[in-house]
Ligand binder design. Structure first.
Ligand code: NAD
Length: 423
């Protein structure tokens, strides 16, 4: 008897990334040897480093940084702090960054980094020492011209500030453009904090409009994850009049079929560091949230959440992927058969790297834009990519994920073959 193992699926993000790549590659005319070349990460870096804990003891930590491709320019991608980080996960996330940057036309390749640590177990001082040591280990690999980190799960603007300071102290002068997602006062960009969540909702609006839904007040939205992406997506959806019926964090979710007051939920979450106990809503688990009755499901926590084990039970008609890799290929097949319309991660959450790109441009030029200009350019780039992906999906009669990956893979292959193979 064959036994399905959904619990392991989330560990196999790299298998998901490769399987999506192979699936999309079939729709391209790229030569096999070039396809094989792009399947590999260009560089993989592993470092084991010591951090002094507050009690005086020294503890060892492991960190990674992977550059998937540099064919289109410097590599770009977030830094994740999580006890579940593995080299394979970082490889997958780096590869998705390559496709994301190529899809929306940014002059970057993909990268990703991570440290195997639960940041909630560190004091602020320990978090700073861990960040500074990891950043200094990465100095040979990062620079505004080579590789530009940004925040991801478990990291934030303060962590980026320590990264920027550590790099700057090493080279002897301030280099704001070495990381993005920084605080405003040291060269961050207006709108970067909200960018990913806002972009997710722009894609949701475009999708609903395309399917003939024009009244936000009649659309129920469930959001998994209430961090940077999830909370900003929920806030913007609420602001636009959509009915956000559920949100969740690592401890579980809250649900009210009539809709949640998102500013009040945010204030509660900030004050209590959890959503649990929020009055006026019922508790649900993260697994229950994914199959709640709603029109739009926004997975915005982590990869491997919608699997063969629960895809049949998903009630939403639309899935807008805020997280990277939340849907496994097996779940994709089930959802596509059910007629669920999925806006894939590399398109739906590209708002973050798009505004990171604006931040890098602003830092390099030392000329800063206002929020209106940032959101105007964000909307322009994202909606262009959205419309082209939709057109490609319709032309090739394929789903949005495959269409997005076909476009992205072709663009990277084009850069690779135009540059030629060195030497
Ligand atoms: P974050 O650390 O700010 O928030 C993560 C959220 O998920 C938190 O609410 C956390 O409690 C919750 N969570 C963690 N583990 C969970 C679990 N096992 N089950 C359910 N919930 C869990 O991270 P973020 O920056 O919002 O990133 C979320 C996702 O979006 C990740 O997949 C990330 O790669 C992707 N992403 C982030 C950005 C960005 O700009 N921050 C851009 C593109 C994609």
């Amino acid at each position: 008897m064959v036994v399905a193992m959904p619990a392991r699926e989330h560990l196999d993000a790299y298998q998901t990334a490769l399987s999506q790549y192979d699936r999309a590659s079939r729709y391209t005319k790229i030569a096999d040897d070039i396809l094989e070349y792009m399947r590999y990460p260009r560089r993989e870096f592993t470092v084991n480093f010591p951090v002094r804990r507050d009690n005086g003891h020294i503890e060892m930590f492991t960190g990674y940084r992977v550059h998937h491709t540099t064919a289109m320019g410097p590599s770009k991608g977030g830094i994740r702090y999580s006890s579940e980080v593995t080299l394979d996960e970082v490889r997958a996330l780096a590869m998705w960054m390559s496709w994301k940057c190529a899809l929306v036309g940014l002059p970057y390749g993909g990268a990703k980094g991570g440290v195997v640590v639960d940041p909630r177990t560190l004091s602020l001082g320990e978090l700073e020492r861990l960040t500074r040591r990891y950043a200094s280990e990465l100095v040979p690999l990062i620079s505004p011209q080579m590789d530009i980190p940004a925040p991801d799960m478990g990291t934030n603007a303060q962590v980026m500030a320590w990264f920027m300071d550590t790099y700057s102290m090493t080279v002897g002068y301030s280099v704001p453009a070495v990381v993005t997602g920084k605080p405003l006062q040291i060269g961050g960009s207006e709108g970067r904090n909200e960018a990913t969540g806002r972009g997710v909702i722009m894609c949701m609006e475009a999708t609903l409009k395309h399917h003939g839904f024009t009244e936000p007040g009649r659309i129920k939205v469930a959001v998994q994850g209430f961090g940077n992406v999830g909370s900003n997506a929920a806030a913007y959806a609420h602001e636009l009049g959509f009915v956000v019926v559920a949100v969740s964090d690592v401890y579980g979710g809250i649900y009210n079929e009539k809709g949640l007051d998102i500013p009040a939920v945010t204030a509660y979450s900030n004050a209590n560091k959890t959503l649990q106990g929020y009055p006026g809503a019922q508790s649900v688990t993260n697994a229950e949230l994914l199959v709640l009755p709603c029109d739009v499901l926004i997975p915005a926590a982590m990869e491997g959440q919608i699997t063969a084990a629960n895809a049949h039970d998903v009630k939403a008609q639309f899935i807008i992927e805020g997280a990277n890799g939340p849907t496994t290929p097996e779940a994709d097949d089930i959802l596509n058969d059910k007629g669920v319309f999925i806006v894939p991660d590399i398109l739906a959450n590209s708002g973050g790297v798009i505004v990171s790109y604006f931040e890098w441009v602003q830092d390099l030029q030392a000329f800063f834009w206002d929020k209106e200009a940032v959101f105007h350019q964000l909307n322009r780039i994202m909606m262009q990519a959205y419309d082209r992906t939709l057109q490609r999906a319709e032309d090739l009669k394929i789903d949005m994920r495959t269409a997005a990956q076909v476009t992205a893979i072709e663009r990277v292959a084009n850069a690779v073959t135009t540059r030629g193979i060195y030497p």
